[in-house]
Structures are given as C-alpha cells and as structure tokens.
Write a protein that binds this ligand. Structure first.
Ligand code: ATP
Ligand code: MG
Length: 438
C-alpha cells in the first residue's frame, strides 16, 4: 500500500475514533477497484470542517464553506470533505449553497456512477448507492441521475465524461451521450480556465486521440476548438501525406503523445492549424505556404482562449512556427545549424517533428540528423565562450551603439563557422572589418 493510501486510511480511522462516519470517496475508489493506482485519495465524512480542523494538527481550509479541508499528513495533503448535497449552480461553476447531509446524498451529487462510490477501509467494503460497481464492471460512463439536469448544473461534467471515457476506454451510455450532444454548445457558459484545464488533462493523460474523436462526435470540439474541427476534409498531397486529410493527420500525432508536456501536446494539436487558411491548389499540387507563421499566430490566440500562461503560448507558438525547419537542417551552414540546435525548446521541437513524421511519410532522417548533430556538437561547440564583448570593442576605440550587436554577432558567426578560434584572431578581424566599413 502506498504512503498516500496509508495516510488517507489513518485520517479515516481518526475520524471514526471520534465517532464520525468516514470513507474513502470518489475517483480513488474507482481506481482501486480497477486495480489502478489512484492519483490522490479523498476522504468523505460526517464531520464538519470545524471538527476536522480541531482533530488534525495541520489543516488548510481550502473550501470550508463547502466543507472541504486539506489535512496535511507529513507534508502530503489529503482532501477531507463533509458529506453534502449541492444546491443550484448559478454560474455553472460553484453551487450557490450546499447542504451538509449523509453519504447517500453525497453520492447523488457526484458526476458519474463510477465516481460515486465510497470505500470503508476498516471493513474493506464498497458502499455503492448509485450502481457504480455494475457500470465499472461493464465499462460504462453514466451520469448520476438525469443527465440533462446534471450537465446543466455543471457543464464541465461533459468534458469530464469524455476524458474519463477515453482514458479508461469506457463507453458513455447513450442517454448520457445524447445529453452531451444536446448541451455541447453551452459548454462555453462556464469559465474558460476550467475548460482549458480539462483540455490539457485530455491532451496529456493518454488516449488523447480517442478523446478528440468523442469531442468531435459530441459537438464539444466545434464549441471550444472550431479550428480543429475545421481540419476535417482538408485534403493534402498523397505523396507527403498518405494518411489522409489534416484532421486525420493531427489525430495521429495525438495518438503518439506519451506523457507529453502541456506545450508539446498543444504543439501537436495546433501544428497544422492554419492549413485550411493557407491551402492552395495548383493542378495536382497542393501547397500550404505560410501555414507555420500563420499557425503560430493562431496558436497564441487559442492558448489565450484556453487561459494558458504566457510561457506556454510562447513555447507553443515557437513549436508551430518552426515545425518544418528540421527539413532543411542538413543544408544549413554550420553557424546556422548550431544556432538552431541551441534554441530553447529544441528538444520539444525535435519530439514534435518526430511524431509529425511518424504520422505522415514516416521519414525520420531529418529528425535523426538533428539528434545526431545535437549529440555530436554538444554545448562546447554550439555555445562556445564568446571571443569578444562590448568592452573589447570600446578598447578598440569603437563608439558604443546599436552597431555593437551586429559586430559581436558577426564575430560569433565566424567563430561558429570555425573561421575564428582565438581572441587575438577576433580582435584582428574586427579591426579589419572596421577598416573596411569606414
Ligand atoms: P482523476 O483521476 O482525473 O483525478 P477524479 O474522478 O478523481 O479523476 P477529481 O477531480 O479528483 O476527479 O474529483 C474527485 C471526485 O469528485 C470525483 O470522482 C467525483 O466524485 C467528484 N467530482 C469532481 N468533479 C465533479 C463535478 N464537476 N461534478 C460532480 N462531481 C465531481
Ligand atoms: Mg482524483
């Protein structure tokens, strides 16, 4: 048993010792029954937040008004929540009011039957008021109660249904899926932060391709990422893209993501997002000139819509903009290649280029060339110590100004090309350069 589980069990035991009802609850029960290690263990109890705060030495009242307290156990937080039934959701985000209640009502407020079970770690019994066990055994995602009402209450649940179905390879039951299709357009009524967080989980937790197929079928994709839906039917040259249209190609990349960073996952999703806009047909030939640059712009606005950080959208824009640059790496002059390979983000760019190639022609030569060069050159050759700096130029009697950068870059260029090896060579070279310039 993991430390996390032991800690959660100890918290349950303490609450029991003081006469409260307490169980492990929700996702961790589902995962335990599936034989998957839960990410975190949540505790549900009859104790109120104030009781919980009294019983444990280190607590954080993260949502005390909803009865949620974090109990810190050797530095690890365990979420302890009072049994409750949620009131009406006004903004599709937080219940306006909660009413503290019992385990059964707490099960009924949860989103899906498989997420609605409790586990009594003392008697080792599952407590199931919602038929979660049966659905878990059958591989089904089913809303607790009336799906329309439950999705209207909190629209995020629509995305959660798809994320869970894809990740667990479960089927969403027809009634629940039909409700998602009915309400898909209204997903945008909730905060984009929440949508963004969920999209990132979908992209990075595994089975992203399957999730995107469901997002598309449900109408959610059209509502949140119409630019991806627009990739459907965008035909490309069969010689470079035997796999088919841009949509098919993009989904193939998603299939090849393995525990990706947020930025790599978004880069894969968005790398060809401007192809519909940049497509041109010349007889048999189909081109997409400018799609990298235009795609980088679109990537920024999509990341902003999903409320990603500046660091994220800058990196994603870099990946989209440069995703074809590897193709010309073998023809680059040494200095250009070194500068390319030392760019921040190159590792992710290579990872993107690899899955891009594997999802189309299968030609990994440009990717392998760059990997080989990166290893061969190493930081010593890609980023050697500068031969000169601004002080040296001043000492040579040059007037400080914007021209300095140009000169120093030219010195570095010559250094990277192997034409300048020492500081003395570089000083002589600058004097010559200056002489010719004046
Ligand atoms: P994951 O494995 O991704 O953490 P999870 O089901 O554990 O999935 P959490 O966000 O950790 O998801 O939520 C824990 C539990 O809280 C869920 O299993 C479910 O019972 C309940 N829950 C979470 N979000 C909602 C929601 N929007 N509406 C209703 N119940 C929810
Ligand atoms: Mg969880």
């Amino acid at each position: 048993m993991t430390t996390k589980e032991l800690q959660a069990r100890a918290i349950v035991q303490t609450l029991r010792d003081y006469g409260f009802t307490a169980y492990l609850a929700g996702g961790c029960v589902r995962d335990k029954l599936l034989g998957v290690e839960p990410k975190d263990f949540d505790v549900a109890t009859s104790a109120r937040a104030t009781d919980v705060q009294k019983l444990f030495a280190h607590t954080l009242p993260v949502g005390a008004q909803f009865g949620v307290v974090l109990v810190m156990y050797d530095g690890n937080p365990v979420e302890v929540a009072t049994f409750r039934s949620d009131g009406v959701y006004l903004d599709g985000r937080h219940p306006v009011s909660v009413r503290f209640s019992n385990a059964q009502e707490d099960a009924l407020r949860r989103d899906f039957t498989i997420n609605g079970m409790f586990y009594d770690p003392v008697s080792e019994q599952v407590i199931d008021y919602v038929g979660g066990r049966q659905d878990l055994a059958a591989g089904l995602i089913r809303a607790v109660g009336d799906p329309q009402a439950r999705f209207a209450e909190d629209r995020l649940r629509m995305l959660r249904a798809i994320r869970l179905a894809a990740r667990l390879e479960f089927t969403i039951v027809p009634e629940t899926f039909a409700a998602i299709q009915d309400l898909a357009e209204t997903i945008v009524d909730i905060a984009w932060e929440r949508i963004g967080e969920e999209v990132i989980k979908i992209l990075t937790e595994g089975k992203a391709r399957q999730a995107f197929i469901l997002l598309s079928e449900s109408g959610l994709l059209q509502a949140i990422l119409p630019e991806i839906e627009a990739l459907r039917g965008v035909e490309q040259s069969p010689d470079f893209h035997p796999e088919g249209d841009v949509y098919t190609h993009t989904l193939l990349l998603l299939d090849k993501l393995e525990q990706p960073s947020e930025t790599l996952a978004l880069g894969a999703l968005l790398h060809d997002v401007a192809k519909p806009l940049c497509r041109a047909q010349h007889g048999e030939r189909i081109t997409f000139y400018g799609h990298c640059e235009k795609g980088a712009e679109m990537a920024v606005s999509i990341c902003q819509r999903l409320k990603r950080s500046r660091a994220t959208w800058e990196r994603v824009a870099y990946l989209v903009k440069n995703h074809l640059r590897l193709l010309s790496a073998a023809e680059m002059r040494p200095a250009t290649l070194k500068r390319f390979l030392r760019e921040e983000g190159i590792e992710e760019l290579l990872a993107l280029a690899r899955i891009d190639a594997l999802s189309s022609s299968g030609d990994l030569r440009p990717y392998e060339f760059c990997c080989r060069k990166l290893a061969e050159l190493g930081p010593e050759q890609m980023t050697p110590p500068r031969l000169l700096n601004g002080h040296d130029l001043i000492a040579l009697g040059l007037p400080p100004g914007p021209g300095f950068k140009e000169i120093l870059d030219a010195v570095e260029e010559a250094q990277l090309e192997g034409r300048l090896l020492t500081r003395e060579d570089a000083l002589a070279w600058v004097q010559h350069y200056r002489h010719n310039a004046s």
